[in-house]
Design a protein around this ligand. Sequence first.
Ligand code: NAP
Ligand code: MG
Length: 409
Amino acid sequence: MSLPGKIKMRNPIVEIDGDEMARVMWKIVKEKLLMPYLELNTEYYDLHVTKRDATDDRITREAAEAIVRHGVGVKCATITPNEDRVKEYGLKKPWTSPNATIRAILDGTVFRKPILASNIRPSVTAWKKPITIGRHAYGDVYSNAEMRITVPGKAEIIFTPEGGGPVVRQKIKDFTEPGIIQATYNIDGSIQSFAKACFAFALEEKTDLWFSAKDTISKTYDGRFRDIFQEEYENNWKEQFTQAGLSYFFTLIDDAAARIMKSEGGILWALKNYDGDVMSDMIASANGSLAMMTSVLVSPWGHFEYEAAHGTVQKHYYKYLKGEETSTNPMAIIFTWSGALKKRGTLDATPELVSFAATLEKAAISTVESGTMTGDLMAVAVEDPRNRKVSTETFINAIAERLLQKLHR
Ligand code: NAP
Ligand code: MG
């Protein structure tokens, strides 16, 4: 039976639950901000680290496949287990990162965009508009082969063609002392999907697109990325970009890093996997807090997975377990939900869902702008006598109050 007054969802969102403090906030956000207004239609996957362990990580792959089926997913932060976590939770083994598993199945590009509030000033004073990072979430150092060398010898790269044909070898180094080697790869198809996703996202968000790599040094590897972006632009996007008054340009990564500091923002900066990993954390922290960063994984087939950029906030969770008050910031988690709801509403032609999600975002931002905020933001907020640090739950309650006012106005 449908409840009167609640917004209905035509199709489900794949809901992927996670660990520790992020999981605690996930539950409160749903109870206080979503369930009172929505008939939440989700297909639920519990990726709590013990559930992944019990299913030999099958649940993670099932969750990713569900996103392929339904098109939209929302994910809480999850523990990537290391040896400490194996002991802490009594796991069978240190399972691979759920994000890596999901990204590999969706072959996606990760877009990270800061949440801006007028009283949270970026450390870089030139920045007026958001800088979004588009990170290629495939290959490179994340699926490398690496080796420790302890005795003298010759290191080579060897490529053996499957159907016979000449074997290609290239010397890396004649080792005369101990050292290390690393080999990384990428594939044209994935780079092309990455380029397409970036052009499409820039057009949708109406921002200029920069792509940067180190093609002067890495002439073949990074050069291939540069060429694929250029071809993709010339063949499929140039006209649309020109019409929209947008620009695309390629530049060296060090040049881009220097320019970004002096730009006013409003850019989508596309980066290879590792560069994007590093730069997105830099941009997040320069915007105030890791908790003010949203993240969406877009597959080349148009599947969307929304997640927070931060982790499970382990240290805060241990305080929470001891019964101490925490002041953990749920903004990114709220924006993962609003992002997923907007996308679901757009795909299903349910404008009331899109409009609810937009109101939720406004309620969250205006709460911060009124001076009610979590501890991480206190240090970076513009000085104002109204500023007060509140607990996680008090902050969510304050947003709930504003949301109710805005919805009934
Ligand atoms: P983290 O959870 O991002 O937290 C690092 C620090 O950043 C926190 O101790 C806190 O600083 C601050 N912080 C992050 N999010 C915050 C929030 N919402 N509100 C307030 N402060 C926040 O990273 P971590 O401690 O390195 O990793 C913990 C676990 O998360 C690990 O098991 C890791 O595998 C996992 N992880 C998951 C994801 C994901 O699923 N997307 C991403 C990264 C890490 P203070 O302590 O100074 O307050
Ligand atoms: Mg990172």
